[in-house]
Design a protein around this ligand. Structure first.
Ligand code: ADP
Length: 460
């Protein structure tokens, strides 16, 4: 609003100033020219009448008075001794006048002068009286005319201009208000939508097509909203998954315990079998809680890395040793291929966690009698661990999401297999904390390969 008013008013005020100045200059010029004309005529007459003896005819005196009346000014005739011979005010006759303009007029060969005093508001014009016979400057007519009438006209113009400016100002203000309100309305709607999202109404997609900027803003906002929804959905799904996962083992344990309690004479074998099942369920419960805690811990200790120089070959061996029994259960061959001894600066616990998750997945999402191939290699700068399997594979569109927290490809299948959707996000967090990168390549039905690359020397 302020901008519109300022941009509207400044040219108007400038225009007013320019017009007034031009008017004043033009009016003063015209008035000066008129007086100069009159003076020239008078001077010519005086030249003819040869006043130099100090005498002025009545005709000339009458002309002087006429001139002074017309222009509301004072007319004086000055002789070569700078004595005032004639004064229409009748005040200074006989006195000597020392004026720059008069002297200049005497000296200049027949040239008159003019001068405008804006402060005291008068125009002063001098005109030389050149004798017809002598052809010399024999006297000077000095006319001082008030410019009050010009000033009055200007005041009138200024008043008119002020009125027009006031009206234009009001119109501008109204226009500025209307335009300003219209301009910011789309942004107000955007703010409203953002506030609504903050309050929890997440379906407020934006479609502000008023300006290119609002279109871009709407698109970004909608993208952000979409992302928020995905995050929120996955969070909700995670909560329901975790509660389901936590409840399933508990339910099974309750059923097993109840059936044992309800029977009177239970054979020891049945006891052992049921207890074994219960132990498995406890193990599963433990796994879910551990996964969850690992992730929370990784988040919390993001800045605290416990870096030591480790033999990566030994580290991988340890991880595989722990997982071999699980692989054996499904008759999956677990092979480790090391191209050279590699030692690197790593956080042993975090890297083991990442590798465990990768190999565990390779076993979990594998076929019966399949294989998991882990290889370790290094160049002068970085190490590379590859975990390849002969498993079920991952669809191309899912590979972009599997590292997200709580993301699981086939929900029902994954639940059956067991898992929380946290394993890969734990693995990625751990690798990224080592300034490394993790990549996946997969062919549905054929298998998946995860590649971990990280620097040999830890950069903090
Ligand atoms: P989960 O606890 O469900 O295993 P992860 O974060 O470890 O969660 O993995 C996310 C999803 O990625 C899994 O649900 C699974 O569908 C898919 N996935 C992970 N690793 C493999 C693999 N080696 N082969 C096939 N699918 C895999």
């Amino acid at each position: 609003m302020i901008l519109i008013v300022v941009v509207g008013m400044i040219p108007m005020l400038l225009l007013e100033m320019v017009i007034l100045k031009s008017y004043e200059k033009r009016a003063v010029d015209v008035r000066t020219a008129e007086i100069q004309n009159q003076c020239t005529i008078l001077c010519n007459q005086l030249g003819d009448l040869s006043y130099q003896q100090g005498e002025t005819s009545d005709i000339v005196r009458t002309e002087f008075v006429q001139l002074s009346n017309i222009y509301n000014g004072r007319v004086m005739l000055i002789d070569q001794e700078f004595r005032i011979v004639e004064d229409t005010y009748g005040m200074d006759e006989g006195k000597t006048i020392v004026s720059r303009d008069v002297i200049r007029c005497f000296r200049g060969s027949g040239e008159g002068t003019s001068h405008y005093d804006a402060q005291n508001r008068y125009i002063e014009v001098t005109s030389p009286v050149v004798g017809n016979a002598s052809e010399k400057v024999e006297g000077v007519i000095l006319v001082s005319v008030s410019t009050d009438s010009i000033e009055d006209s200007m005041m009138l113009l200024v008043n008119r201009a002020r009125t027009i400016e006031a009206v234009a100002g009001v119109i501008l203000l109204i226009a500025a208000f209307v335009i300003g309100a219209g301009t910011v309305r789309p942004f107000q709607r955007i703010t409203g939508s953002i506030e609504a999202v903050t309050e929890g109404y997440e379906d407020n997609y934006l479609h502000e097509n008023a300006y290119t900027e609002t279109i871009l803003l709407s698109e970004s906002f909608n993208k952000m909203l979409g992302r928020l929804k995905v995050l929120d959905d996955s969070r909700q799904e995670f909560v329901s998954n975790v509660s389901h996962e936590l409840k399933t083992p508990l339910t099974s344990m309750k059923v097993l315990a109840d059936s044992l309690l309800s029977q009177e004479e239970v054979p020891v074998e049945l006891y052992r079998e049921f207890m074994g099942d219960m132990s498995e369920e406890i193990e599963r419960e433990n796994k879910i809680i551990n996964d969850f805690l690992s992730l929370v811990k990784l988040d919390k200790t993001a800045n605290t890395m416990n870096i030591t120089t480790e033999s990566i070959n030994a580290l991988v061996e340890r991880v595989l040793k722990r997982l071999r029994p699980i692989a054996a259960q499904r008759n999956i061959e677990l092979i480790f291929e090391s191209f050279r001894p590699v030692s690197a600066e790593v956080d042993e616990m975090k890297l083991s966690l990442a590798l465990t998750n990768l190999v565990e997945n390779a076993i979990k999402y594998n076929k019966e009698n399949g294989w998991v191939h882990v290889s370790l290699n290094a160049d002068h700068k970085s190490l590379c661990i590859e975990v390849a399997d002969s498993g079920i594979g991952i669809k191309q569109e899912d590979t972009e999401h599997i590292f997200e927290r709580f993301y699981r490809v086939d929900k029902s299948h994954s639940r059956e297999i067991g898992g929380t959707g946290l394993g890969l996000s734990i693995a990625r967090s751990a690798v990224v904390m080592h300034r490394g990168a993790i990549k996946v390549y997969s062919q549905i039905g054929e298998g998946t390969t995860f590649t971990v690359r990280m620097p040999l020397i830890y950069v903090s």
